[in-house]
Design a protein around this ligand. Sequence first.
Ligand SMILES: CC(C)(COP(=O)(O)OP(=O)(O)OC[C@H]1O[C@@H](n2cnc3c(N)ncnc32)[C@H](O)[C@@H]1OP(=O)(O)O)[C@@H](O)C(=O)NCCC(=O)NCCS
Length: 160
Amino acid sequence: MTTQPLPTRLVTDSAFTLSQFMQPEHSNSQGRVHGGVVLKLCDECGGIVAARHARRPVVTVTVDSVTFHRPIELGSLLLIHGRITYVGTTSLEVELRVEAENLLTGEIIHTNSAYFVYVALDDMRRPTPVPTLELQTDEERHRFEQGRARQAARLARAQA
Ligand SMILES: CC(C)(COP(=O)(O)OP(=O)(O)OC[C@H]1O[C@@H](n2cnc3c(N)ncnc32)[C@H](O)[C@@H]1OP(=O)(O)O)[C@@H](O)C(=O)NCCC(=O)NCCS
């Protein structure tokens, strides 16, 4: 059986924004958006970005620390921007930037950012190589190197 060479993809090929109107069902006990809802939507957005890059099923292997800078009010439009920052052999790091838009004033606040790491799976649900990332700008190259350093730190922590 011949194996096809893996294609190369751009950051923009998989970048994606997930939007969700924050309703009462998304509330915590204080009447604001529940942090778990935000994390679930981040994982959904990151999973879409990773699967778009890999064109394979992906699973989340780890999540970097998440800090909520600002509370999110019900009635906001949540915008989660996801883009690939780093790819290893079978793993991919996705940066998630969360913003909340006040629909009445148009104000957009940055509420949190996080890095989620995914692993692509083959048909036997084993890790499988992902396409390489073609870096087009100095910013993308810088982010990639930062992602490489974060991934090395994660693996060192996992082995400690
Ligand atoms: C993710 C999973 C398939 C990895 O399996 P594994 O046997 O550890 O596979 P490997 O050791 O070959 O590692 C695969 C990749 O994950 C990376 N990885 C493994 N552990 C990691 C960690 N703690 N942090 C970051 N990356 C990690 C490896 O570096 C490797 O990446 P690379 O190929 O780019 O170098 C397996 O741990 C799993 O199925 N976990 C459950 C996933 C899940 O259920 N997620 C929640 C629902 S989606």
